[in-house]
Ligand binder design. Structure first.
Ligand code: FES
Ligand SMILES: [Fe+2]
Length: 572
């Protein structure tokens, strides 16, 4: 290891190598994650019944968390005692025992070795020597404790109980949110191109919130002058900030000419502000509470959006952020809807998402961002004009006889004719949609939907688990337009383009004036720097109104992967 010396200025100077040195990273794994700390594992609600399990990590170490037949929760290293293969490969499930995939050694829910295949050989031949003690190599077991439905584990026998580790300053702020049995709404993972500590630093940085996340200030929703406060644990390890609900109409940002300033005109108003309507369910008029526990846990309440975030280091310059959004088991439909709406505020497609580009590469990226933003705004102004013209031309083209024939043919119950007409109409809609996005004509995007059209991005995993959580959700054109308005004026993100590759559509259902169709897609993302990445793959599941100019009544974008590369800025 290189000899590192802390700058003489002391704690007011944090050297970059803290975030960049692989040796430091290794030491963090040993001394922090395997040391006297508690790491967040999951919600109790994610292990709903006896014998359910999930797999996760403590630092770099893969871990199984399982509920045994009596309901007790255990956690153990997900490495077989034999040759270190993964004991459990699935993300989650239910099993009466774990069988290692390699040589079929089996384990119980606490990680005890139950059985060694052919331990005594076959018919008296072969097998292990009598004195062999494979049990002694059983996977490491973690101490597990829960607090208000949050499950934590540690490898340390010295660290104090979880409650005293969290301490009296922060514990009541967890209790404040976790008031009832939970209902999991869904999960996804955000991949961040930076050291894990930068994320934890950022969570505690109250200075940036209203300056970087333009959304709240520009739309005059939250401002620095609001009432709030910060709690810090005695040892400085954990923190909690909160803001009260009173809206600030002050002009501090405008007077100082901040980037996040709004405008006195109605230019920056949400067309569909119901997205933000909060019910004061916790009864203390707090609109935002962000709480962090060292080393890698964040609990948030942002209006009625509640979530646990697990921060997992994946090398010096990569961090995975596992989001699990939840509500309460007794939520009514209106509350669930509110939570799903406000899920739009956070995560990879969050209105107040964390932009890519906050890592340590000096000012070059900032300059590029500024230049690109100027270009984007110029393009947007042009695009508005061209877009409107384009749309008019598009409509004229569609008013040609082909559109008329389509409507006519749909009125006739002639299946072959219908299919023959519907297929190209659906595919033309998909093609126009993809080209509009890829050419940056984002203002056209809402118009591919009916007036009340719905758009939802989710993951195949949430779909398979029957969980409603969207990564991005909008219903109705005003909300779709708010997305674009925010993208243009209130979100900072690294300039990028998409290239969509969409398969031919499979029209699965036709009823009168509607078609249900499925198409596969790939989206390639091209950054300003030229970095090109296969950003997303998945399926479009659409319900389309077959008017003369077909539109989406609903477009559900089901991404194959639960992981998103930092930011999903532009719709898919
Ligand atoms: S590695 Fe697990 S049984 Fe051999
Ligand atoms: Fe932030």
């Amino acid at each position: 290891m290189l000899q590192r010396t802390w700058p003489a200025e002391g704690l007011t100077r944090v050297p970059y190598w803290v975030y960049q040195d692989a040796d430091i990273y290794q030491r963090e794994q040993e001394r922090i994650f395997c040391g006297p700390t508690w790491s967040y594992l999951c919600l109790e609600a994610e292990l709903p019944e006896p014998q359910s399990f999930l797999t996760t990590f403590v630092g770099d170490m893969p871990v199984v968390v399982a509920r045994d037949a009596s309901g007790a929760i255990h956690a153990f290293e997900n490495r077989c005692a034999h040759r270190g293969a993964l004991i459990a490969m699935q993300a989650r499930g239910k099993t009466d025992r774990f069988a290692c995939i390699y040589h079929n050694w089996t384990y119980d829910h606490a990680g005890n070795l139950l059985n060694v295949a052919f331990r005594k050989g076959i018919a008296g031949k072969g097998g292990m020597p009598a004195e062999a003690r494979p049990e002694s190599q059983a996977p490491k077991k973690l101490r597990v404790e829960s607090v208000h439905g949050l499950v934590f584990g540690t490898l340390s026998s010295e660290v104090s109980s979880l409650k005293s580790y969290i301490g009296p300053e922060i514990l009541p702020r967890i209790k404040r949110v976790m008031i009832k049995p939970l209902k999991v709404l869904g999960a996804y993972t955000q991949v961040l191109p930076n050291n894990w500590k930068l994320y934890m630093d950022n969570v505690k940085d109250t200075y940036h919130a209203s300056l970087l996340h333009l959304f709240f200030t520009r739309f005059r929703i939250n401002r620095l002058t609001q009432e709030g406060g910060v709690f810090v644990s005695k040892d400085g390890a954990h923190h909690c900030t909160f803001t009260r609900m009173i809206e600030d109409q002050g002009d501090a940002y405008e007077k100082e000419g901040m980037r996040s300033a709004g405008s006195s005109s109605s230019q920056f108003r949400l067309e569909a502000p119901e997205l933000l309507e909060q019910e004061d369910e916790l009864g203390d008029a707090v609109s935002i509470q962000i709480l962090s526990l060292f080393p890698g846990f964040v609990l948030h309440q942002i209006r009625n959006s509640l979530a646990a975030r697990q921060v997992l280091p994946k090398g010096i310059d990569r961090t995975e952020l596992n989001w699990t959004l939840f509500g309460f088991a007794d939520d009514d439909e209106a509350m669930t809807r509110r939570r799903l709406m406000q899920a739009n505020l956070v995560g990879p497609a969050g209105y107040i998402g964390r932009p890519r580009g906050l890592h340590l590469d000096g000012g070059r990226r900032r300059d590029r961002l500024r230049a690109a933003r100027r270009r984007r705004l110029a393009r947007a102004r042009l695009g508005d004009r061209d877009g409107r013209l384009g749309r008019r031309l598009g409509r004229l083209a569609h008013h040609g006889d082909r559109g008329a024939r389509l409507v006519e043919s749909l009125a006739q119950p002639h299946e072959h004719l219908m299919n023959a007409e519907v297929q190209p109409a659906v595919e033309r809609l998909h093609a126009r949609y993809a080209h509009a996005l890829d050419e940056g004509r984002l203002e056209d995007w809402p118009e591919f939907f009916t007036q009340n059209g719905r758009y939802r991005i989710t993951t195949a995993e949430n779909e398979a688990r029957g969980l409603p959580l969207p990564v991005l959700y909008a219903e109705g054109r005003p909300m779709l337009r708010d997305r674009i308005q925010s993208l243009r004026h209130a979100n900072i993100y690294e300039p990028q383009r998409y290239r969509h590759i969409v398969s031919s559509a499979l029209v699965e259902q036709l009823d009168g004036s509607h078609a249900r169709s499925v198409a596969n897609f790939l989206v390639i993302r091209i950054m300003e720097s030229g970095d090109t990445l296969l950003f997303a793959s998945g399926r479009y599941v659409d319900r389309i109104v077959l008017s003369e100019e077909p539109q989406y009544e609903e477009r559900v974008v089901i991404c194959d992967s639960r992981r998103f590369d930092t930011l999903l800025a532009i719709p898919l």
